[in-house]
Design a protein around this ligand. Structure first.
Ligand SMILES: Nc1nc2c(c(=O)[nH]1)N[C@H]1C(S)=C(S)[C@@H](COP(=O)(O)O)O[C@H]1N2
Ligand SMILES: [Mo]
Length: 442
C-alpha cells in the first residue's frame, strides 16, 4: 500500500492554480497533479473563494492570481505506527511517515513525533538484544579494527548530549514539477530531538585513523526492501571533516530514553545538519575509507544534485552531480495549526523553528499580506550547534477575514529561503521554499 497525501501542506510555490495547470500542460504535455480543488478554484471568482473560506480576504489585492488558499490545500490523515502518534504515512513497506507541522511545535521533538524514513526493512524488533549488539570499526584506513558492545562504548568514551536536527534530503519533494520519484514528503520529514552517545571522533581515534583517511561509511542491520539476503538497503557516510566534528555522535539514547525502534534502536549515527540519510540507523559497522565511500545510495543521483542548475525534467549525466553536504536554510510554522480561527481583537503568537544545516539562522521574518510586507520575528539562539532555533512573532490582524502567515529565514551568510520552489533536480531534493499556514480571523 502506498498512500499519498494529496495536496496536504502545500507550500507557497505550487499553487498558481490556473497558470501552473496550463503551464504544466504546455511544458509537459500532461496534467500534473490534477487536484479537484484546483479545478474548482480555476473557475471561481474571488467572491466564490471567500464564500468557501467563510470570510473575506483583506489582502486580496496582493493575492497572487490563482493561488489556492492554504486553508483549502491542507488536510490530515493520521495513521498508527507503534510508538508514533499522528504521523502521516506515505508508504508502509518500507515505512515512511512524516509529521504534520503543528505536531513539531515542541522545542525538542518528542520520540512519538519524529518522522520515519526507512529505505529497507528494519531488523526484527524481538531479535534485538542490546547487551549483544556490537559496533565494528574497520575499513582500509582504520589502523586497529575493533568491535565494541554498547556497554564498552559507554565505559570507554565520554558521553555527550546534543540536540540535533535531522531532515530528509527529500523533505518538500512533493512540490517539484515535474514530479520526481521517491516519497512525496510535504514538510514533515524533519525533527530535532536530543541525542546522547559518544563522539564518533573519539571512537574513530581510538581505532586509529590512517593518514590517507578521507571518508567514513556506515552499515546498519536493516535488510534491503526486496528481502534479499546480504543485500544492503543504504550505506552512506560523510567526509572525515564532518565525522570529526564535536556533534557527530554514535547515539544510544534519544530524549533520555532508548532510541525508538523505527528511528534506529539500539544504536545510530547522528550527523546533524546534513541530509538525514547520513545518520545511519540500527548501526553495526563503520568503515574508515581511503576514498569517498561507495556504499548503496552514495552514487548519483542518490542524495546528489546537478553541479549547475538544469531545466526542469532534464536528464543529467552521472558525472555532473555533486553529493549533498549541508542542508539549506529553512523554517516551519508549528503554531498555530493551519486553518484555525482567531479572534480579530486578539494578538496571535505565531511560533516555529528555523534551521540552516551546518550554519546558524540569523533572521526570520513573517508576512500576513502574501509577502508584500515582512515583520521580524524574535529568534532564539540554538541550545547547541546544529539544533534548530525557535522563533515567535506577535501578529495583529487589521480586520476579520482570511489570512496566510508566511515565514522566511535567512542564514548567517545572508542566504534566504526562496519564496518559490528552488531549482528542480532529478530526485527532488532540497526544497526549502517558505512555509505558510492559513488563519481565519473572526
Ligand atoms: N540503516 C539505515 N539508516 C538510515 C536509513 C535507512 O533506511 N537505514 N534511512 C536514512 C534516511 S534517508 C533518513 S532521512 C534518516 C531518517 O531518520 P529517522 O527515520 O530516524 O527519522 O535515517 C537515515 N538512516
Ligand atoms: Mo532521507
Amino acid at each position: 500500500m502506498s498512500r499519498r497525501n494529496g495536496d496536504q501542506h502545500r507550500g507557497i510555490h505550487s499553487l498558481y492554480a490556473e497558470d501552473s495547470a496550463d503551464a504544466d500542460r504546455r511544458l509537459w504535455g500532461r496534467e500534473v497533479d490534477p487536484v479537484t480543488r484546483r479545478g474548482f478554484l480555476k473557475r471561481s471568482s474571488l467572491l466564490a473563494m471567500s464564500a468557501v473560506l467563510g470570510a473575506s480576504i483583506p489582502f486580496a489585492r496582493f493575492m497572487p492570481g490563482g493561488l489556492i488558499p492554504a486553508a483549502l490545500a491542507q488536510s490530515e490523515e493520521p495513521f498508527a505506527i507503534d510508538g508514533k502518534d499522528g504521523l502521516v504515512v506515505l508508504n508502509d513497506r518500507p515505512i515512511n511517515a512524516e509529521t504534520p507541522a503543528h505536531l513539531l511545535d515542541d522545542d525538542v521533538t518528542p520520540a512519538r513525533h519524529m518522522f520515519v524514513r526507512n529505505n529497507g526493512l528494519p531488523p526484527e524488533r524481538d531479535s534485538i538484544d542490546t547487551s549483544q549488539w556490537t559496533l565494528e570499526i574497520t575499513g582500509e584506513s582504520c589502523v586497529t579494527p575493533t568491535t565494541f558492545t554498547i556497554d564498552e562504548l559507554k565505559e570507554r568514551f565520554d558521553t555527550h548530549t546534543y540536540q540535533l536536527q535531522v531532515e530528509c534530503g527529500g523533505n518538500g519533494r512533493y512540490e517539484f514539477v515535474p514530479a520526481t520519484g521517491g516519497n512525496q514528503w510535504t514538510t514533515g520529514a524533519v525533527a530535532c530531538p536530543r541525542f546522547t552517545g559518544v563522539r564518533l571522533r573519539d571512537v574513530l581515534e581510538a581505532c586509529g585513523i590512517a593518514e590517507d583517511a578521507v571518508y567514513i561509511g556506515y552499515y546498519g542491520a536493516d535488510r534491503h526492501a526486496s528481502g534479499a539476503a546480504g543485500k544492503v538497503a543504504i550505506s552512506r557516510g560523510v567526509p572525515m571533516s564532518k565525522a570529526l566534528e564535536d556533534e557527530s555522535l554514535i547515539a544510544w539514547a534519544m530524549n533520555d530514553e532508548d532510541i525508538p525502534y523505527q528511528n534506529g534502536y539500539p544504536l545510530r549515527l547522528v550527523c546533524g545538519g546534513w541530509p538525514g540519510s547520513v545518520s545511519g540507523k540500527w548501526l553495526n559497522k563503520i568503515v574508515i575509507r581511503n576514498q569517498k565511500h561507495d556504499g548503496p545510495k552514495m552514487a548519483p543521483p542518490s542524495y546528489s544534485i546537478p553541479a549547475t542548475p538544469v531545466a526542469p525534467g532534464s536528464e543529467v549525466p552521472e558525472d555532473e552531480f555533486v553529493t549533498i553536504h549541508s542542508m539549506p536554510v529553512k523554517s516551519l510554522i508549528t503554531y498555530p495549526r493551519s486553518g484555525i480561527e482567531h479572534a480579530a481583537d486578539q494578538v496571535l503568537e505565531v511560533r516555529g523553528h528555523a534551521w540552516a544545516g551546518d550554519l546558524s539562522v540569523a533572521k526570520l521574518h513573517v508576512s500576513i499580506d502574501f509577502g508584500v510586507t515582512w515583520q521580524e520575528a524574535s529568534l532564539k539562539e540554538a541550545p547547541n550547534r546544529l539544533a534548530w532555533q525557535r522563533f515567535t512573532a506577535d501578529i495583529n490582524f487589521p480586520q476579520p477575514g482570511y489570512y496566510e502567515i508566511w515565514a522566511r529565514a535567512v542564514d548567517e551568510k545572508g542566504q534566504s529561503q526562496p519564496m518559490v520552489v528552488p531549482g528542480w533536480n532529478p530526485k527532488g531534493y532540497l526544497n526549502n521554499a517558505c512555509h505558510r499556514i492559513a488563519v481565519q480571523v473572526v
